[in-house]
Design a protein. Sequence first.
Length: 132
Amino acid sequence: SDVYKRQVSSVSSPNDLVSTKALFALSSEISHFQPAYTAFENLKGWDLLDQLLKTNFETSSGSPKKQARVLSLLYAITLNLPYNTIYDHLEELKVEKRLENIKEDSLVVQEKVTDILRTLKENPRSPVKLLA
């Protein structure tokens, strides 16, 4: 829908306030409304998440608030969706390794990284294979 298109495009806004608020809204929707994830995926949300991880943690350092919102989005995805539906994306983006390399001073960021890594480690290491 157009609402999700605007929301996902707002996440990459150069205006930090706009993108931070859009990240919060998207995380909340994915946490509470399954079709929001489908829209996220259809709108190349994983590519966007890859870019957000790069720009906020790897190539430069985003504000702690924006970093926390990026991690909140990732946490909403890992906590609220069946692991077998997101496994390939997590592997492709090397999410676990990237998170382990985050060395930020912000306590909030550190806690979110720890929470996501714990959630990932509690899940099976490979996608569920259905028996035919």
